[in-house]
Write a protein that binds this ligand. Structure first.
Ligand SMILES: NC(=O)c1ccc[n+]([C@@H]2O[C@H](COP(=O)([O-])OP(=O)(O)OC[C@H]3O[C@@H](n4cnc5c(N)ncnc54)[C@H](O)[C@@H]3O)[C@@H](O)[C@H]2O)c1
Length: 273
């Protein structure tokens, strides 16, 4: 998948971010820096990936793994940790902004609390912005990476932000989440224009209903989702985290060399209706 460089992945302790960490390590990334609020789970993910690397007998170069417990809503901590990753690896080639939270507002927008609104916007939108800003500053000053694909323009960096089907459509009782995911597309499109001619690409992925702790931890939510999927999703199933990670690999690496400012739906056809 042409991801030979160094990756920084947020939300890497669970679900899609975790699947991305496995995918980058598997596809020959030189190093992955894993950031998440959950230090314990982050450590388990690191050990799981390290075990796989230690056992493999292919000729791929080894993948360095760094873990940095991080709260993406903490602007100073994000800046410090992104700089620390750049120092440890010497550069950052791919950023995956997967940290996120979801919640429903009982009674809808009319009864949404300011606290829940702010929390969702803080993590999903501000957190993504802080990581994007700190990473872009580093990427813009580094030499473009050598691509293994012939005759492709080289890339200085590639950032993948996490929107959602809720970045394109509204879903009931999800005011803050839907607003945050729509805003991610605005952030992605605007920032991508800023640096499109400097070898820094910025894209978004829009997953549909995907089986992760976000959607499976509450049995009632999961049951409602599985029922909804039967009528709302043309493929009539939920996605798997690995299926989203493959889209992220594509957007991060050299195969998407002419793609920037895009919003890639990976949703079993949900938004095509
Ligand atoms: N699962 C889905 O159906 C679905 C659909 C569309 C979009 N998404 C998006 O994909 C991304 C990943 O979601 P997931 O399903 O893997 O969820 P998940 O709950 O499995 O993982 C999210 C991770 O983000 C971390 N996180 C939360 N707040 C954080 C903070 N302040 N700082 C650092 N890390 C923090 C959590 O600890 C967790 O490890 C999210 O942005 C989500 O909105 C998910």
């Amino acid at each position: 998948m042409d991801v030979p460089g160094f990756a920084l992945i947020t939300g890497a302790a669970s679900g899609i971010g975790k699947a991305c960490a496995f995918a980058f390590a598997r596809e020959g990334c030189a190093g992955i820096a894993l950031l998440d609020l959950n230090a314990e789970a982050l450590s388990s993910v690191r050990n799981e990936i390290q075990n796989i690397i230690d056992k493999r007998d292919d000729n791929k170069p080894t993948c360095r793994i760094e873990i940095l417990p991080t709260d993406v809503t903490n602007e100073d901590q994000v800046t410090d940790h992104v700089q620390a990753v750049a120092k440890a690896f010497g550069r950052i080639d791919y950023v995956v902004n997967a940290a996120g939270i979801a919640l429903k507002h009982a009674g809808g927008a009319a009864y949404a609390t300011t606290e829940s609104w702010q929390r969702v916007l803080d993590v999903n939108l501000n957190g993504t912005f802080y990581v994007l800003r700190a990473s872009a500053r580093i990427m813009l000053t580094q030499e473009p990476i050598l691509s293994s694909l012939n005759n492709r323009p080289l890339q200085r960096g590639s950032i993948v932000n996490f929107s959602s089907i809720q970045g394109v459509v509204g879903i009931t009782l999800s005011t803050a989440y839907t607003a945050s995911k729509h805003a991610i597309l605005g952030l992605t499109r605007s920032a991508s224009e800023d640096y499109a001619n400097q070898g820094l690409r910025i894209n978004a992925v829009c997953p549909g209903y995907t089986e992760t702790p976000m959607t499976t931890k509450n049995p009632e939510v999961l049951k409602a989702m599985q029922e909804r999927v039967q009528t709302a999703v043309p493929m009539q199933r939920m996605g798997r985290p690995e299926e989203i990670a493959d889209a992220v690999l594509y957007l991060a690496g050299g195969r998407s060399s002419f793609v920037t400012g895009s919003a890639l739906a990976v949703d079993g056809g949900y938004t095509s209706r």
